[in-house]
Design a protein around this ligand. Structure first.
Ligand SMILES: Nc1ncnc2c1ncn2[C@@H]1O[C@H](COP(=O)(O)OP(=O)(O)OP(=O)(O)O)[C@@H](O)[C@H]1O
Length: 277
């Protein structure tokens, strides 16, 4: 059974006014799957509908049509008890690490919030779990008393990741989660996410416009255009070889500056199926 199955989802915004329907379609008949332990990179230009799909998958925005199956349960038809369980297993990390946290809460309060909501831990156990989570994401136990303004953007995104993994979820929606970070920090956070995925058997929906970042972290890749899923490929190496114009454009966008890697052929005249670095 797939972990997540998005089945023929259509969604839009707007409302019917005086019987005249003024609605825009943002998602058109989107279907995809994410398997346990898999990262699906979801690419597309601005306004393609990626974040809207993320919200629909998170259970935050009921689609007009179609179904979201998460762990075999119809997300929008689930009972209250089922929804509570699904909420634990479905987490999110957004792009803006600063607006994702309450500036008046310290790291312990931020990371510990889901634990307080979902688990009954003693004060001692609670602190120990928070300290452990801080260390898992590459910060130190002493950081628990610090406030958001005392962290860099990269460190704060680590705090957001620690909060997202606190309840040992199955799927994390990473919505442009590394996009606002500088290249070095971005690489470090991508390495952390890959490490966590392997060690905690996590699955990700990695929403991005950055082909290089998507290639680095994903197993499968998909492309959205104007609300439609135009490409969905289970194997990222195979994706790189697709002739679809959107894929070609994305592959070109990630070619390194070095002339050796600019052409589609290597020194021996062989096809470069993938981009080496
Ligand atoms: N709450 C909303 N009300 C009305 N329109 C919305 C709303 N949220 C998004 N949209 C519109 O839906 C379309 C898709 O937006 P969405 O944010 O899902 O795209 P995206 O691919 O994630 O783009 P970006 O990479 O810029 O975030 C856009 O045209 C956007 O203006």
């Amino acid at each position: 059974m797939s972990l997540l199955q998005v089945s023929h989802v259509t969604h839009g915004y707007g409302s019917a006014i005086f019987r005249r329907t003024k609605r825009s379609t943002v998602l058109s008949d989107v279907s995809l799957v994410i398997e346990p332990g898999q990262c699906l990179g979801l690419l597309g230009t601005s306004g393609a509908g990626k974040s809207t799909l993320g919200k629909v998958i998170l259970g935050l925005d009921k689609p007009r049509n179609g179904k979201i199956w998460f762990q075999g349960i119809d997300l929008y038809a689930a009972s209250a008890a089922e929804r509570k369980k699904l909420r634990r297993d479905l987490q999110v990390v957004f792009q803006d690490c600063y607006s994702s946290v309450n500036p008046k809460m310290n790291a312990e309060q931020i990371i510990g919030e889901p634990l307080l909501n979902f688990e009954k831990l003693s004060k001692q156990e609670h602190v120990r779990r928070v300290e452990e989570l801080l260390e898992i994401v590459g910060l130190s136990a002493q950081d628990r008393t610090k406030y958001p303004h005392e962290f860099s953007g990269g460190q704060l995104q680590r705090i957001n990741i620690a909060r997202a993994i606190a309840l040992k979820p199955k799927l994390i929606v990473l919505d442009e989660a590394v996009s606002s970070l500088d290249m070095v920090t971005q690489a470090a956070i991508l390495a952390l996410l890959s490490h966590l995925k392997m060690n905690f058997a996590l699955s990700y929906l990695f929403i991005t416009h950055d082909m290089k970042a998507a290639y680095q972290i994903s197993d499968a890749l998909a492309v959205m255009e104007k609300g439609e899923l135009v490409v969905h490929c289970e194997d990222k190496e195979q994706f790189m070889r697709l002739q679809h114009p959107s894929v070609q454009k994305l592959v070109q966008s990630m070619l390194p500056e070095h002339p050796r890697f600019r052409s589609g052929r290597d020194e021996g005249g062989r096809d470069r199926a993938t981009v080496p670095w």
